[in-house]
Design a protein around this ligand. Sequence first.
Ligand code: F6P
Length: 417
Amino acid sequence: MSAKLVIAMVGLPARGKSTMACKIARTLEFDDAKVRIFNNGALRRKLSHANTSSPEFFSPHNIQGMELREKCARINLELARSYLENEGEVAIIDASNVTRYRRKTIEETFPGIPVFFIECVNVDEEANEACLEHKASLKEFSSLPSAEAFDSFYRRIAHYESIYEPLHEERNRILVDSFEGCILQERISDVVPYYDRIRDIITTRIVKNLFLVRHGETYYNQEDRIGGDSDLTANGLAQARALADYFADIPVPIIFTSNYKRTLQTAAAIAEKQKNCSIIALTEFNEIHAGICEGMTYQEIRQRMPEVANARNRNKYGYIYPQGEGYVTMEKRVHRGLQKVFYLNNYNDNIMIVGHRAVNRMILSDFVFRPKEEVPYIYMPQNRYYHLQIDPYKKHCELEPYTMGARLTPGNGAAGL
Ligand code: F6P
């Protein structure tokens, strides 16, 4: 008989628990384990037609609210127990589980089966804020203006915070920084099946499909000018529309962009053809800032500032534009942008980033190793996009055309779409 395991997530709302639960479930399934997630919030929304999204519902003083939440927790535990008694091997209890009482109940429900608590935290205030903003924009809060939705979610979290009891007596537990994707603490007292595998999954970036797109042609591109914040040309808009048609049947729930018009305009065209798609602009994905050379053509730089052109030619990766940036100084911010992407993306299979030439090179090199001196020369055309797939077993990166007729099929690297 195969080993059985209960994984119980712990953490405040919007701390990456469901994303982590999903990542673990999918990877273990890939290893042929029988895994199921039992999500208390999803059950609550299914069982109750009343408004269970208001912050008051989550107050520890709201008896009705508490009863409904406890009822959902009990039902899910029973479902998980019956699943493990039958074909199931791993049951994941996806809920906040912030009180000792709730965690003790979980332990007592599964005598003889190890319970492994995975506590998710994120101390990065900016990422938390971005996450709340995104959650507040989702369907659950669609009846509220965005500031109210944000406030409502914020107050919900405060209620959970007020009853949060730190993990202490739990025999098997791990504390994870879900933004950084690293393990902060762990204590394991029993034999926990899949333990090493789960550690690997927590710390490995898993990407089902990442579509790395460059914005359409701009007026600056036409003149070979660098930087600036120029609009898409008619040709650029046509490229954006072709991208939109190409991705129309491929669900892309979030498109990440920079703050510049050219990426936002490209993303807007794509989003228009999607059923449910939000755009999140990240400053981390803004194009390399060329300092005193912003707005110039490469030829003008060669003529008027040969020392800049020559120095950049000698060491393009390490060169920093006067009063601007270099590839070398973009490293950290682009990496941080990617961390935000994975934190905000929840467990969506398909991620799209619409970026710029230099920034996309940096993004690509964050996934696929390239010697630093080669990074500033990675081919980054406007009529194709990079398709990346990464899991613990493989890294796949392909440059795909998006012209009509060149659709993604399982045969050309898009299995499961
Ligand atoms: O020309 C478009 C652009 O995105 C500029 O804004 C940017 O300075 C440049 O490409 C980056 O490419 P490279 O590092 O090859 O000059």
